[in-house]
Ligand binder design. Structure first.
Ligand SMILES: [Zn+2]
Length: 476
């Protein structure tokens, strides 16, 4: 058994049920789990005479649980800054993201995942829900295992082509994206779960993920959750991701997307819905009744003009008891995998747009980025807060940095003042994956070099360097 001691931590933000803040603490980790958290002298007397395999100094440090990102796209990670910032959701997805995804082959997906892991760890995220891979899930699982983070992944799946194909879509792209029907898709998704779920000693889980919205049939929406239930896992997809999607749904089916899902019995507690910006009060009630979870991505909403502050009902969802977690979305959508930025945005956006300072206090933003994310991922028995028995996914901030001097209210300082640059050490599953801001197990420079090279290749293959329209009529 490997024993690790983090000794004499100035302050621990447990994010437990009482939001306890503990001073001058030591944490003992046995293999991958937290075995003790307590005042320095108590822990020392309990472990008197024991030799630790590793001791980390907690002096001038703040410890908090690793953040959980409830919606991102590992396969999109080489698309940073590639699309114009004049795209709304539908042209963003149909004209730009689809050609990019189709151009991401196994090599690009592998290095993109390693790079995503570095960015997450350096910004304090230790676990994420990935929308799904473009190639074999096993290829991404290998990269996640190497990168050292905790993850739920799956295979990005769709089964409905638009009636009128966008002019720049190639046959290769179409073959890459669309399964012939929902049955074939679900069979493959089930195979991914049975083959790869609980990889890397349980650190990597695989769900029945689909893309959602217009590119997926009702049977695939309904069937993904039913199959997930059968396999004892979860599912996730995008829905109600823009007002345009809701309007098209109303014209075609007479109802908005969440109501349509509700009417077909597709909502349930093992489902994480990404975005959900266009909802009615009634639909907020459906989410609460069925236990469906929501991943809100503030950064994407800002960049792609989704209207979270104008039409979003995220505060109402939380009031109704819906689990609302935070997501960075893909880097082509929001720009980064920096969950600290999402925490800051969610704490500020609703105070400002509703002109109400009681909206989303810093403590709530911190919970959304940690324990609420863990609940969305159905993983809160193991992660999301610092408690004895939980997995040792821990972030240590260096308090000897300008963002933390003085910190007074530490949660406020975390949310409104601190930057990822003050994160010094990160542990995942009891392993030190970053120390002194250096990755312990990855050659960062080599990964940056390869990522730049692969990105060039992907951009050329994608056809996105040509003149691509910023409007679309696909699926209208
Ligand atoms: Zn997404």
């Amino acid at each position: 058994m490997a024993l690790t001691l983090i000794r004499n931590i100035d302050l621990v933000l447990t994010v437990n049920a009482d939001n306890e803040q503990l001073t001058q603490q030591s944490i003992v980790i046995e293999d991958s789990r937290i075995a003790a958290i307590g005042p320095v002298d108590q822990v020392e007397s309990r472990y008197a005479g024991v030799t630790f395999d590793r001791t980390i100094s907690g002096k001038d440090k703040l410890a908090m649980p690793g953040m959980v990102d409830a919606h991102l796209h590992l396969s999109e990670h080489l698309g940073r800054g590639l699309f114009p910032d004049q795209l709304s959701t539908r042209p963003w997805v149909f004209n730009w993201a689809k050609p990019l995804y189709a151009a991401v082959d196994e090599e690009a997906e592998h290095v993109g995942t390693l790079l995503a892991g570095i960015e997450m760890i350096k910004t304090g995220t230790t676990c994420c829900l990935d929308m799904g891979t473009q190639n074999d899930v096993g290829n991404t699982v290998k990269a996640i295992e190497q990168a050292g983070f905790r993850c739920v992944t799956g295979r990005h799946a769709a089964d409905v082509k638009p009636e009128q194909l966008p002019a720049h879509w190639t046959q290769e792209m179409i073959d890459h994206h669309f399964f012939p029907n929902h049955k074939v898709a679900l069979e493959e998704l089930g195979r991914c779960v049975t083959t790869y779920n609980n990889s890397a000693g349980g650190r990597i889980r695989v769900w029945v993920n689909i893309e959602g919205k217009e590119p997926c049939s009702p049977e695939l929406h309904y069937g993904s959750r039913a199959l997930a239930e059968e396999l004892g896992v979860g599912t996730t997809y995008h829905i109600a991701s823009s007002i345009e999607e809701a309007q098209v749904s109303e014209t075609k089916y007479g109802v908005w997307p969440v109501t349509r899902l509700h009417n077909m019995g597709a909502l349930g507690p093992n489902l994480v819905l990404a975005h959900v910006v266009a909802t009615t009060d009634e639909e907020v009630g459906y989410l609460a009744e069925t236990g469906a979870k929501v991943a809100f991505c503030p950064g994407t909403s800002l960049k792609i003009a989704k209207g979270a502050t104008k039409i979003g009902k995220y505060p109402e969802m939380m009031d109704a008891g819906v689990t609302v977690a935070l997501g960075c979305d893909g880097t082509a959508a929001s720009g980064s995998l920096n969950q600290m930025q999402q925490m800051y945005l969610v704490a500020g956006l609703f105070k400002d747009c509703r002109m109400d300072p009681f909206m989303v206090p810093a403590e709530v933003a911190l919970r959304m980025a940690t324990i609420e994310g863990a609940k969305a991922l159905l993983w809160d028995d193991d992660i999301g807060c610092l408690e004895v028995g939980k997995k040792a996914d821990i972030v240590l901030f260096d308090l000897n940095t300008p963002d933390w001097v003085p910190y007074n209210n530490p949660v406020q300082t975390l949310v409104y003042s601190s930057t990822p640059g003050s994160i010094d050490t990160v542990l995942i599953d009891g392993n030190v994956v970053m120390e002194g801001r250096r990755m312990t197990h990855l050659d960062e420079q080599e990964i940056y070099r390869e990522a730049r090279e692969q990105s060039k290749r992907v951009n050329e293959r994608s056809g996105l360097l040509a003149d691509i329209p910023v409007f679309t009529k696909a699926y209208d």
